[in-house]
Ligand binder design. Structure first.
Ligand code: ATP
Ligand code: MG
Length: 133
């Protein structure tokens, strides 16, 4: 997902360029807005964390771009491309170093495992809207 801060900042195109340049294939994509309920469900794994309410408010605060990406080793390579959760710790040139505001408003989300990538793809897209090989 391109998060609400990066959409508001006008960074959709630049972020998609970096994703393509890094060799990812976009196989599904849409702009949408999460409600508090759907943002809460998406990040339910963080329910007990102190930042959960802030995260849910932020993620539902404006439109996002959801996409499904395909590549060998996609989960690890995408996390390298986006950089550390806290942009202050993200490698120069990574998407978060370039476009994130702070540890909460950090421009992009990436799945943390192949299993969660499938769950998150199903969260946003019907099977007929995913053009995977
Ligand atoms: P994401 O899951 O969004 O790709 P991540 O895997 O790098 O990010 P997680 O630990 O899964 O990081 O946290 C999920 C999201 O919760 C972060 O991307 C950020 O938006 C928010 N978050 C994490 N830690 C904090 C914090 N200390 N304060 C505020 N928000 C936070
Ligand atoms: Mg995560």
């Amino acid at each position: 997902m391109i998060k609400p801060d990066a959409v508001r900042g006008g960074h959709i195109g630049a972020i998609l360029d970096k994703i393509n340049a890094a060799g990812f294939k976009i196989v599904a994509m849409k702009m949408t807005q999460l409600s508090k309920a759907t943002a809460g469900a998406f990040y339910a794994v963080h329910k007990e964390r102190p930042f959960y309410d802030e995260l849910v408010s932020f993620m539902s605060s404006g439109p996002i771009v959801a996409a499904v990406l395909e590549k060998e080793n996609a989960v690890d390579d995408f996390r390298k491309l986006i950089g550390a959760t806290n942009p202050a710790e993200a490698e120069p040139g990574t998407i978060r170093a370039l476009y994130a505001t702070n540890v909460g408003e950090n421009a992009v989300h990436g799945s943390d495992s192949d299993e969660n990538a499938t769950i998150e793809s199903n969260f946003h897209f019907a099977g007929c809207d995913v053009f995977a090989d």
